[in-house]
Ligand binder design. Sequence first.
Ligand SMILES: Nc1ncnc2c1ncn2[C@@H]1O[C@H](COP(=O)(O)OP(=O)(O)OP(=O)(O)O)[C@@H](O)[C@H]1O
Ligand SMILES: [Mg+2]
Length: 319
Amino acid sequence: MLGEERVRRGLSLEEVARRAGWANESIPRRLERPGGNPTLKSVQRYAEAVGAELDVGLTETRVLSFFNHAGGVGKTSAARDLGYALRALGFRVLLIDADPQANLTAWLGVREEVPLERTLYPAVIGSPGDPELPEPIEAHGLHLIPSTLELARLEPQLIGVIMGVTRLRSAVRRLSGYDFVLVDPPPSLGQLSALAVIASRHVVVPVPTNVKGFEGVKTVVQMVREYRQAAPDLEISMFALTHFDGRTRHDRESEESMREQLSSIAPVSSPIRYRPAIYKDASLAGLPVPLHDPGGKAEEEISTVTGELLAALGVKVGV
Ligand SMILES: Nc1ncnc2c1ncn2[C@@H]1O[C@H](COP(=O)(O)OP(=O)(O)OP(=O)(O)O)[C@@H](O)[C@H]1O
Ligand SMILES: [Mg+2]
């Protein structure tokens, strides 16, 4: 398709290579070849050089949750940054903050007070009948159902709602116009986490590359099995390695053993390195890391993991 577009615009392969900053025309030629499996990034670069818009919409909305009951493992950062990276590739993305800590909301720069009606609360506890999510907030091209500390009220109330933990699932299924819905649960095994994970089809498990991180995975796997009673199609789609410190032997060995032992369950991502300054600054600035530090190593890692996630989900962009 891109090849046809190039010819229609009267551009030679050499010209496209020059505009994209590639050494020669063999790269665009390869991209035009049918049956290849190019990276989204190179297809994007090609499209930009040709001056064409890349339409990467999916036919079906993919709903993912970033689940690990352990605290501080990088769930919210992953939802924010992978969400942003997917948006930057052209996908339509909705983020749902299901954590009363509301970090995702704050880290996307939402500073105003969030009333409970703007959160997922009314879809779950609201009037009986078909649950519906409120209008999302927009932030950096992403749509967001925000959270607030008040959302903690939902957990004790949820027990009294028949099939309560499946109501977010129903609400999300009624959405249209999104390629990806990413849900960020709190660090617990409570009702809010159940609600968030059961709403999704794909679970991404952020795991720090250390022994403690590895040990926690067993419970995550068991819980996903339990949640499957309410969400039969639920699967772990990727382990996302986080907080990696490649200078320590401990982290390198942990990475290796995780790759060895977890790959039979789901693909294990490339590691996202521990970069406290960048992550802290990005959060304080209310910006996704790729936007806060464009062109940096952190962005590169996020982009790599995003590509791995798309591959794990079987999302391909044809040329
Ligand atoms: N790659 C990284 N390098 C350095 N710091 C990071 C990295 N990723 C996340 N952090 C920081 O680690 C802390 C925990 O990350 P994050 O909040 O994303 O994890 P979480 O699993 O969502 O936490 P919680 O369980 O509290 O919801 C945050 O302060 C965040 O800024
Ligand atoms: Mg979090």
